[in-house]
Design a protein around this ligand. Structure first.
Ligand SMILES: O=C(O)CCC(=O)C(=O)O
Ligand SMILES: [Fe+2]
Length: 472
């Protein structure tokens, strides 16, 4: 009974995998740049006429940092969860009242700041009936307060606050404290994210460093060697480029290898480099299990920050799917005319990215500007994916991001797309809907969600972002 159910499930899974879309073979950018290039071939030149400008780096354009060790520390958890929430959703209006917050750590008589978030929704029009209703209702209660009520009031001043700068400052303090605390420890890693930056997570340094090396070594192999792992018709897995569906489509300045990593039975080892790079498979095996552990914890905290049952999410991601994409962006003679990866939002629940080296390339769209995400040594970028945008009913948004390239050096990144298990329906969380909000997104089964995504990748050029097709 169990065996046949498992077999049936696997068959369904394998059918679903075959429907994952495919990509037609394209030249390798690494090979293209192996000889000196002065100009870029026409197929790579992007139309940048309607593009957003790139922001000049400033402190308020850098990403917030969340301290993972605080998330798991009873003393700091609630304040760090608030930071996490603000980091995932940082566009509301904030005011601050000084010295009215909770007491400060180790200073029981000093209160910190009280941040108040105002989300004001003005009606678009006042219905005509309002006036008529006023006529039949009793007079409004007086706003005048009694002396006793006034005695209990305390006057205070609401200061305007730039919450992003404020968070930045707090996070820099947190980072400093963390570094002081961790002096001498080298087993922890720093992590950053597109929605927020995370420090102190539990992936081992060796695991990430080793994967970084293997990613670089893979792309440094000869073309013949890499082609042994080339994508096959009807599959996105393997070495190549993603989502090239027509011969005249613009190409991205990127070579990649895409592999399903977890659960282990979904691995297609024919695409996993074997003899070279030496120990590539072992490195990816360890890395993917480590990244999964981090993802399971992060998702639990994200759910808690949304006021949802964290355990439901950690369980769903414990039994989840993890796909790894390794990217190589070779140097380009005209970097401003090409794109490494075009603007997109990830379809995952969350995405964890490690930058192999210190060359910036990842950009996130913030306030209609492309902002570079500075690689942090030993860091992981955490990005909210479309699944979490739907589940949060739009409270958190899956940010648009892209990869820029540079003139001087290869850039490499290793990206893990983290998905819940197949039993997880992709729909706004019931707790959020029951609390009075309308569902803003449609509901999908796990397979239904992917089917609708891959259907859309086949429709080129209608310009409707996938996320918009999910909205009610
Ligand atoms: O390499 C990067 O910085 C971005 C990669 C990315 O967004 C992706 O693979 O989905
Ligand atoms: Fe992405």
């Amino acid at each position: 009974m169990t065996t046949s159910t498992t077999r049936r499930e696997r068959e369904r899974e394998s059918r679903a995998c075959q429907n994952l879309g495919s990509s037609i073979p394209v030249p390798s950018v690494k090979q293209l740049t192996s000889q000196p290039l002065e100009t870029v071939p026409h197929r790579y030149i992007q139309d940048t006429s309607n593009d957003y400008p790139t922001a000049t780096p400033t402190p308020c354009h850098s990403l917030p940092i969340i301290d993972f060790s605080k998330l798991i520390h009873p003393q700091y958890q609630s304040s760090e969860l608030l930071n996490l929430h603000l980091a995932c959703k940082h566009w509301d209006q904030f005011k601050v009242v000084n010295y009215e917050g909770i007491t400060m750590y180790q200073r029981p008589f000093v209160r910190g700041k009280l941040y108040i978030r105002f989300t004001v929704e003005f009606p678009e029009s006042f219905p005509k009936q309002c006036k008529a209703q006023q006529g039949v209702l009793p007079p409004r209660p007086s706003m005048q307060m009694t002396d006793m009520e006034l005695d209990e009031c305390e006057e205070t001043t609401l200061h305007d606050v730039n919450i992003e700068e404020e968070m930045r400052r707090k996070q820099q303090e947190a980072l400093k404290m963390k570094n002081d605390d961790m002096h001498g420890e080298d087993t922890m890693w720093t992590a950053i994210s597109v929605g927020y930056e995370l420090i102190g997570h539990r992936v081992s340094e060796e695991s990430i460093k080793c994967m970084d090396r293997k990613t670089q070594e893979f792309f440094d192999l000869s073309s013949e060697e890499k082609k042994r792992y080339a994508q096959k018709p009807g599959s996105l897995e393997g070495y190549g480029q993603a989502f090239v569906i027509s011969e005249d489509q613009k190409l991205e300045w990127c070579d990649m290898i895409f592999l399903k990593a977890i659960p282990t039975h979904t691995r297609k080892l024919e695409f996993w480099p074997e003899e070279q790079p030496h120990n590539f498979r072992e490195a990816l095996d360890t890395y993917s299990h480590d990244i999964k552990k981090t993802a399971v914890s992060i998702i639990e905290f994200i759910a808690m920050a949304l006021g949802l049952d964290g355990k439901r999410f950690s369980e769903a991601f414990e039994g989840g799917n993890y796909d790894v994409r390794m990217n190589c962006y070779p140097p380009c003679p005209e970097p401003e005319r090409v794109i490494g990866i075009s603007s997109h939002a990830d379809i995952s629940g969350i995405t964890l990215l490690t930058d192999c080296g210190d060359i910036p390339g990842l950009q996130v769209l913030k306030d209609e500007k492309w902002v570079f995400v500075e690689p942090i040594t030993n860091g992981i970028v955490v990005n909210i994916g479309i699944i979490m945008e739907v589940v949060s009913n739009g409270v958190y948004k899956a940010p648009y991001h892209r990869a820029a390239v540079n003139k001087q050096k290869d850039r490499f990144s290793t990206v893990t797309f983290c998905y819940p298990g197949k039993k997880f329906d992709i729909k706004p969380a019931e707790e959020l809907i029951n609390s009075g909000s309308l569902a803003l997104y449609k509901s999908f089964s796990y397979d239904g969600y992917f089917e609708s995504f891959y259907e859309r990748t086949k429709l080129s050029g209608d310009g409707v972002p996938f996320i918009d097709t999910l909205k009610i």
